[in-house]
Design a protein around this ligand. Structure first.
Ligand SMILES: C[S@@+](CC[C@H](N)C(=O)[O-])C[C@H]1O[C@@H](n2cnc3c(N)ncnc32)[C@H](O)[C@@H]1O
Length: 301
């Protein structure tokens, strides 16, 4: 992974911050877990709102994100603990740090500007870089492994399922014909020439393919399900779970989980968001990256 230039302190505007603080019900002395701490934007606000003695455990699979969070959250001293961990290893990390029966758990999924804007990480088709896309250095494979070594049918399946791209077979065929691929630029160009870019398409045809590869490389949907399954065990009764998703596949997992966990005699949660909560037009204007955010929240019962 590339070293992030140290003279450039990365910034990332936390999405739906006031909604997150309100739904987490952040209070003085509260104890919180930010399972995707990123650059620490939400975490810093939670620590401020729970001053002077609230505590927070921040986790992230990405060593670079964690290093940036460490710098940003340093002023909170012992009130903040940080660890490099995958989302679905949240319960084990919490136990290691003595965080139990917490007041709130947050996950803000996907990638941050730090990762997206660094061509060396390979998340963006707008800049040329290696086909990497690993969030954590523990990820078993890179995007180059997926495009160069998967069987054509399996590659098409990934693009169809995780990219929701109906022209998946045509794209997989074009990729296989041009193997080996090394860069994001090559991949974007192959996808574009395979499916074209009609005048009415608002987004680049490679968008779905890049998302599919990132989800596959990091097993993000499986990890989200594992994390949600462990969330009730982390929370005190009355504690809050807040999840921000950035596309319909993630949001569907959160929605179904909250619905299932909120029904029946052994219900573990009560939904706090009847309908999905979206950012205001004003926030989207200030921070265009917020536009696809979908927030859901539930209270542990
Ligand atoms: C949108 S950013 C979070 C930004 C953060 N809330 C802030 O305000 O700075 C998402 C972060 O979650 C991490 N992440 C995404 N999926 C993950 C997973 N499955 N396990 C661990 N970390 C993950 C990414 O590395 C990234 O740093």
């Amino acid at each position: 992974m590339s070293a992030y230039p140290t003279d450039r302190q990365p910034t990332h505007t936390p999405v739906m911050l006031s909604e997150v603080l309100a739904l987490l019900n952040v209070r003085r002395g509260g104890v919180y877990i930010d399972a995707t701490v990123g650059l620490g934007g939400h975490a810093a606000a939670i620590l401020e709102a729970s001053a002077p003695d609230g505590r927070l455990l921040g986790l992230d699979a990405d060593a670079q994100a964690l290093a940036a969070a460490r710098r940003r959250l340093e002023p909170f001293g012992e009130r903040c603990r940080l660890e490099q961990a995958w989302l679905d290893h949240c319960a084990a990390a919490a136990a290691r740090h003595g965080f139990s029966a917490v007041d709130g758990v947050l996950c803000d999924l996907g990638v941050s500007s730090l990762q997206l804007d660094d061509p060396q990480r390979g998340f963006s088709f707008q800049q040329d870089g290696p086909l990497d896309m690993r969030l954590g250095d523990a990820a078993e494979q890179t995007a180059a492994d997926v495009v160069n070594y998967y069987e054509e049918a399996d590659l098409a399946d990934v693009i169809y399922r995780l990219g929701e791209e109906r022209r998946s077979r045509r794209i997989a065929r074009a990729i296989v014909e041009r193997r080996p691929l090394e860069t994001t630029g090559e991949l974007a160009q192959i996808v574009q020439s395979a499916v074209g870019r009609g005048p009415r398409r608002r987004i680049h045809p490679a968008t779905h393919v890049f998302r599919a590869l990132r989800l596959e490389v990091n097993r993000e949907l499986e990890r989200l399900s594992g994390f949600l399954a462990s969330a009730r065990g982390l929370l005190a009764a009355g504690g809050r779970l807040v999840a921000i998703a950035f596309h319909s596949l993630e949001d569907r997992i959160v929605k179904r989980f909250i619905r299932a966990a909120g029904s029946g005699d052994d219900a573990g949660f009560r939904s706090l968001s009847k309908k999905v909560i979206r950012p205001s037009a004003d926030e989207i204007q200030r921070n265009p990256r917020a536009r696809s955010a979908r927030l859901r929240a539930a209270e542990a019962v």
